[in-house]
Design a protein around this ligand. Structure first.
Ligand SMILES: [Zn+2]
Length: 421
């Protein structure tokens, strides 16, 4: 059976067995919560490509996966807490690679009581199974504090990476009125118009510890940033080993940004028509990843004639389809914070663009883990990996709608979300 040997090796070498053979008595209540946990009985997708394990067992010890396999091959240690997952499906914890912590609800995060903060994180992310997110634009000082309250163990929540404030073309910042209507706190984003300003703004953010750089290639009422200016910011980020995201408004923005060396295209651009072969070839050649944000553009059209909405939807689906045909990487991302939290429609639209469950699962797990340098510890269910897991009530391989029916979300082996029913 696949995986049996590493499973046993990990198991024999683990402190669980040593404790048993040493005669130590430890029940479910001994030790820190979930220090040894078994998820039992589920269908397990260890990654997006292997066949699922039926009636599987995942053993977790000290926040890491110590074994995974079928019930017949993985004995449950006597002292482990057992979580019955019969009828459920388990995947690696999901990533949302385009979120924002700029809504007013996160402002002055130091003053938000932990239980309220926890509820907000559940409502936005963990109830949908997200254990890792990339924030692409917020007040860095505030988001950093949110993250440290999670990392200290005070508040259960996902792993957060953030670009902090996005770099925008001079004059391109939305007005306070627009930001307020978007439900956003004030965003002191650096405005740039030349190479020197781009490099300086990127360097300052990187010095302050951001995890990537986000650029708006263009903005209303301002001159689009040149390839050379985008490249100046890219150079600083890459020197620090950090990825660069771009918000494009049209196909020209995408091409300019790709040539400038950005890593992730944070949106499709349905308002400027289909992506042509020149653009797709450049994206492929530069090995960028795409976050489609299909729901976003569709929802922005909700006040327009339905034929216009259809046109935008068809164009974005066509762009994603064309990108998939090149074999390019897709990272799941919804721009939540800017739109509603429920990812159901995004899954449905990705499926309409031709993505299978396994391709969607890759965009939620292995693809971001690889893109962001965590392929050896996150994104798959394997011994030694962090026990970041999403437990679904049904089987999303049979019905995609199950992807939003989350029973448990675990991060480092701890349950950070549990459905009430
Ligand atoms: Zn965004």
């Amino acid at each position: 059976m696949r995986g049996t040997l590493p499973v046993l090796t990990m198991f024999l070498g683990s402190p669980i067995l040593l404790a048993l053979s040493g005669g130590a008595v430890s029940g479910p209540s001994a030790g820190p919560p979930n220090s040894s946990l078994a998820l039992a009985g589920a269908t397990i997708y260890v990654n997006p490509t292997d066949e699922p394990i039926r009636d599987g067992i995942i053993l977790i010890h000290d926040g890491k996966i110590s074994a995974v396999g079928s019930h017949a091959n993985v004995p449950i240690p006597r002292d482990a807490q057992v979580l019955d997952c019969s009828g459920f499906t388990i995947t690696a914890g999901l990533w949302n690679s385009h979120v924002h912590f700029f809504e007013r609800k996160w402002a002055n995060v130091a003053a938000i009581p932990a239980p309220e903060l926890s509820r907000q994180l559940q409502a936005m992310l963990t109830r949908y199974g997200f254990t890792s997110v990339f924030d692409l634009g917020s007040v860095w000082e505030n988001t950093r504090l949110l993250r440290s309250r999670i990392e200290s163990g005070e508040v259960p929540g996902p792993r957060i990476r953030s670009t902090g404030e996005a770099l925008v073309p001079a004059g391109g910042l939305p007005s306070d009125i627009v930001l307020s209507m978007m439900g956003s706190m004030k965003l002191p984003a650096p405005e740039i118009s030349n190479d020197e300003q781009a490099a300086a703004a990127a360097r300052r953010l990187l010095d302050e510890g951001v995890d990537g750089i986000k650029l708006f290639a263009s903005a209303p009422r301002s001159t689009p940033l040149s390839e050379s200016t985008l490249h100046a910011a890219v150079l600083e980020a890459h020197r620090a080993g950090k990825p660069v995201f771009v918000h494009p408004n049209n196909g020209t923005d995408v091409l300019t940004a790709v040539r400038a060396g950005v890593d992730i295209i944070a949106h499709t651009t349905p308002h400027s028509g289909p992506w042509d072969d020149t653009l797709l070839a450049a994206m492929k050649e530069h090995r960028v990843a795409l976050t489609p944000t299909l729901t976003l553009w569709k929802s922005y059209m909700r006040h327009d004639r339905i034929s216009a909405e259809d046109q935008v939807t068809n164009t974005e689906l066509g762009q994603l389809r064309a990108w998939l045909a090149t074999g390019g990487a897709v990272l799941f991302g919804t721009d939540i914070g800017a739109i509603d939290y429920d990812p159901a429609e995004e899954y449905s639209l990705m499926s309409q663009a031709g993505m299978s469950f396994r391709q969607i699962l890759a965009s939620l797990t292995t693809a971001p883990a690889e893109r962001f340098g965590n392929a050896n510890e996150l994104g798959r269910i394997a011994p030694g990996f962090h026990a970041d897991l999403t437990v679904f009530k049904g089987n999303p391989a049979e019905d995609l709608r199950a992807l939003t029916a989350v029973q448990y979300t675990l991060r480092d082996g701890k349950i950070i979300y549990r459905a009430n029913n």
